[in-house]
Design a binder for this molecule. Structure first.
Ligand code: PEP
Ligand code: MN
Length: 358
């Protein structure tokens, strides 16, 4: 069968996976899924859903059936948890992903969820995979903490072989020798999975680190590496979470992370939109500072070569190239006005430096 596997068809060319009407994994924008580890109450899930939506999350997560290491730990609210998730979806419009643990619950979970999660512990539960493949719902397939890339691909093949093309892979950390982190988020294998398949791949830095202080930076690493999204644990009072408190972000921490990822909030709320603009302005300032530092060295090179500060040909070439690339919301003369200002400030700085060194 090797070479004929569905999972390796069009390897490296990501095919989009849609969830609901609004969410597309593998498109131009990364998809961020956020919500609590466990659904705890109506108030908790609705408050979280509203907060993560305002910050830019496109989907809500929340466990109703929880796979707990100890049989004595909270096992989830079960069917009541599914109803609360549907409530939060009705309030916010966010599609919902939740874990299904047992083929016997498949029909019920598929009735409530927009996307089914196959948890890490069940990655090789082949009867569950077959049932999810026949469920008619998109599936988020987590990598088992002890699974190789090939085993993960084979698990995805079970879903595809049942005729379900809507599979998103999720790297959530593997078992390593390091006890400081709960798991080791294996971004290299997540990227390898993207190269080996056509399936979108996202990362779960919450379970992948187990430590909330590491979640934001690992999220930026995953998006910077080119993955298709994130799934993150968020709670209005993270320390009070009934499960996975240590790795759960507050709603404020989540909003700050989304701003740092430069992901636009899915809201018309003026304060949220202005927060996103402030983050973009800070990123622009950083880039302009970098440009000024390069320009300062260009100025020194011009002095060495005895060239004038104002190089008309070079500036015309810069403006021409950028005007051609003007994006739809920024007309070419808008590009010209912005770069006229940047070039004027650069020239002035070079002239001042020349004066000083004269
Ligand atoms: C979860 O996302 O709630 C979860 C239990 O994750 P994992 O299966 O990756 O441990
Ligand atoms: Mn969890």
């Amino acid at each position: 069968m090797a070479g004929e596997l569905l999972v390796t068809q069009d390897a490296g060319v990501t095919r989009e996976v849609s969830v609901g009407f609004s969410v597309r994994f593998g498109g131009a924008q990364p998809v961020v899924i956020a919500g609590p580890c466990s659904v705890e109450s109506e108030e908790q899930i609705v408050e979280t859903a509203e907060a993560v939506r305002a910050a830019g999350a496109l989907m809500l997560r929340g466990g109703a059936f929880k796979p707990r290491t100890s049989p004595y730990s909270f096992q989830g609210l079960g069917p009541e948890g599914l109803r609360l998730l549907a409530r939060a979806r009705a309030e916010t419009g966010l599609p919902v992903v939740t874990e299904v643990l047992d083929p016997a619950d498949m029909a019920l979970v598929a009735e409530y969820a927009d996307m089914l999660q196959i948890g890490a512990r069940n990655m090789q539960n082949y009867s569950l995979l077959r049932a999810a493949g026949r469920s008619g719902r998109p599936v988020l397939l987590k990598r088992g903490p002890g699974a190789t890339l090939d085993e993960w691909m084979s698990a995805a093949e079970y879903l595809l072989a049942e005729g379900n093309p809507d599979v998103v892979l999720c790297e959530r950390g593997i078992r390593s020798f390091e006890p400081h982190t709960r798991y080791t988020l294996d971004l290299a294998s997540a990227l390898a999975a993207k190269q080996r398949t056509h399936l979108p791949v996202i990362a779960d830095p919450s379970h992948g680190t187990g430590r909330r202080e590491l979640v934001a930076a690992m999220s930026r690493a995953a998006i910077g590496a080119g993955l298709d999204g994130l799934i993150l644990e968020v709670h209005p009072s993270p320390d009070a979470s009934v499960s996975d408190a240590a790795q759960t972000l507050s709603t404020a921490e989540f909003a700050a992370l989304m701003r740092s990822l430069l992901i636009a909030p899915a809201t018309d709320d003026l304060v949220a939109l202005r927060g996103a603009i402030d983050a973009v302005d800070e990123a622009l300032l950083g880039l302009i500072a970098h440009r000024m530092a390069l320009s300062d060295r260009v100025g020194a090179a011009k002095r060495r070569l005895d060239l004038a500060v104002h190089q008309v040909e070079r500036e015309t070439a810069i403006l021409g190239r950028l005007r051609e690339k003007a994006p739809p919301l920024l007309p070419p003369d808008g590009v010209a006005r912005i770069w006229d200002a940047i070039l004027a400030v650069s020239r002035a700085a070079q002239a001042a430096a020349a004066e000083e060194s004269a």
